[in-house]
Design a protein around this ligand. Structure first.
Ligand SMILES: [Zn+2]
Ligand SMILES: [Zn+2]
Length: 168
């Protein structure tokens, strides 16, 4: 029988085929594992109840690794499906989470912004609100207002924080 080159399975088809094999082996192993564990467990309980040694105890011993291997094969076989499922499921969850977290983050950011160190007057030492421009006690300017852009900078600034204009 001559093999046509275009009938050769592509890498993807081969991959898909091995995945299918993995799924079948995995599910078979899972079933065998579960059956072994159930049979071994039932035998264990029944035998223990009768005060006899569970002669099917070995089923429990082989059941667990079989189940574990079956689980591994099944996960490997269904990896793509699982990944797709997780991807599809997680996106809305993350978006929701983001929307719930966002206000919290802005609240924290606002709190940090508002809890600025109070502006202490250099002249009289009075504590003024962080956004004060003049001392409430002596009227000393607490900030220097940029003549160009209106940004307020510290009184010790020689140049505007925002635009770099010279402050006089
Ligand atoms: Zn003052
Ligand atoms: Zn400026």
């Amino acid at each position: 029988m001559e093999q046509q080159p275009n009938e050769k399975p592509t890498a993807e088809q081969k991959h898909g085929k091995s995945k299918k094999t993995l799924k079948i082996i995995g599910i078979c192993l899972l079933c065998v594992g579960v059956a072994c564990i159930v049979a071994g467990f039932v035998n264990l309980i029944v035998s223990t109840g009768k005060g006899e040694f569970p002669d099917l105890f070995f089923l429990l011993i082989i059941g667990f690794p079989t189940l574990a291997f079956g689980g591994m094969f099944t996960i490997a076989g269904f990896r793509k499906e699982i990944a797709t499922y997780i991807k599809n499921e997680d996106v809305p969850v993350f978006n929701e989470l983001g929307q719930q977290v966002k206000p919290g983050i802005s609240a924290i950011a606002d709190a940090v912004k508002n809890s600025d160190v109070p502006a202490v007057c250099k002249k009289c030492g009075a504590q003024n609100a962080a956004d004060s421009r003049f001392c409430k006690k002596c009227g000393e300017p607490l900030v220097r207002i940029c003549p160009k852009c209106g940004e307020s900078s510290g009184t010790d600034s020689a140049f505007c924080d925002k635009c770099g204009a010279k402050l006089d």
